[in-house]
Design a protein around this ligand. Structure first.
Ligand SMILES: Nc1ncnc2c1ncn2[C@@H]1O[C@H](COP(=O)(O)OP(=O)(O)OP(=O)(O)O)[C@@H](O)[C@H]1O
Ligand SMILES: [Mg+2]
Length: 257
């Protein structure tokens, strides 16, 4: 089977810093892939490269049979790639429903009749258990609710590939479990592929059967969760980190914000 998404030798630097170096991996339709690594490993930059925020200096990115490296974010989005952001950024003064409607009116679904968009937005909110908050301003929602709202907004574009950047960060244990349960329910229903960046290994293990580990911009290891967690190079990469006052956010259990 052809891959849905394929990165081949992708490199991106910022000034003298190579944030992503010669990175290759692929994901098939309907697959869930974990992307992990210590802080600064280059994970979010990978999402920015795939979604068209940055253009790779070397290598190529193919999605659904087309080369997408070099396309603009709205062009990549219209092909069926959606994402959430590491730091939630809803339109705070708009209601939850209006936030989701922006995804519907501008996304791949191409819904431009406001009545249909309203109805669809309410369905999306229901699918993430936010229907009762539809008319509440997004800025007034809790963090867990804002993360589900971002998910609803991304889902509203009907993606074939959804990229989640630390979607359980900052959530408490039961909120985290609820989010993982939600993802496990909606992913097969929509038959979309997921790439999940996550520091919380419990969440990764419950979601993914394959993980790519990055360190210093490069792919360090790729394998099943148990293979990856046993791998000495992975342990060393996490242990070897210094410089954040000993308060490592990249242990296998804690969740950074
Ligand atoms: N726009 C930018 N300008 C300059 N440097 C950047 C930029 N974006 C990222 N970097 C640097 O590139 C490296 C990779 O950053 P990135 O955000 O991709 O890491 P990450 O793996 O997502 O880390 P974290 O787990 O902390 O979110 C870091 O050293 C970061 O400081
Ligand atoms: Mg990041």
């Amino acid at each position: 089977m052809d891959a849905l998404l394929e990165l081949d030798g992708v490199t991106k630097s910022f000034g003298g810093l190579v944030a992503v170096r010669n990175l290759s991996f692929s994901i098939g339709e309907g697959e869930i892939l974990g992307l992990i690594g210590p802080n600064g490993a280059g994970k979010t930059t990978v999402f920015n490269l795939i979604s068209g925020v940055y253009r790779p200096e070397a290598g190529s990115i193919r999605f659904d049979g087309k080369v997408i490296s070099g396309l603009k974010p709205h062009e990549v989005s219209s092909l069926g790639v959606a994402r959430t952001f590491q730091t939630v950024r809803p339109f705070a003064r708009m209601s939850a429903r209006e936030n989701v409607m922006t995804g519907l009116l501008f996304g791949r679904g191409g819904i431009n009749a406001p009545r249909r968009a309203t109805q669809k937005a309410l369905e999306m909110l229901e699918s993430v258990s936010l229907l009762d908050k539809a008319e509440v301003r997004a800025g007034r929602l809790t963090l867990a609710e804002q993360r589900r709202l971002e998910l609803a907004r991304a889902l509203a574009t009907s993606p074939k590939l959804l990229m989640l950047d630390e979607v359980v960060a900052g959530l408490n244990h039961s909120e985290m479990n609820a989010m993982v349960d939600l993802l496990r329910r909606i992913q097969p229903e929509r038959r979309m592929a997921l790439i999940v960046i996550e520091h919380v290994m419990k969440a990764i293990v419950r979601l993914c059967n394959r993980i790519v580990v990055m360190n210093g911009g490069e792919k360090l290891v790729e394998g099943s969760p148990s293979e990856v967690m046993r791998d000495e190079r992975v342990v060393a990469a996490y242990m070897g980190r210094r410089g954040n006052g000993g308060e490592s956010t990249t242990t296998f259990s804690s969740a950074p914000q």
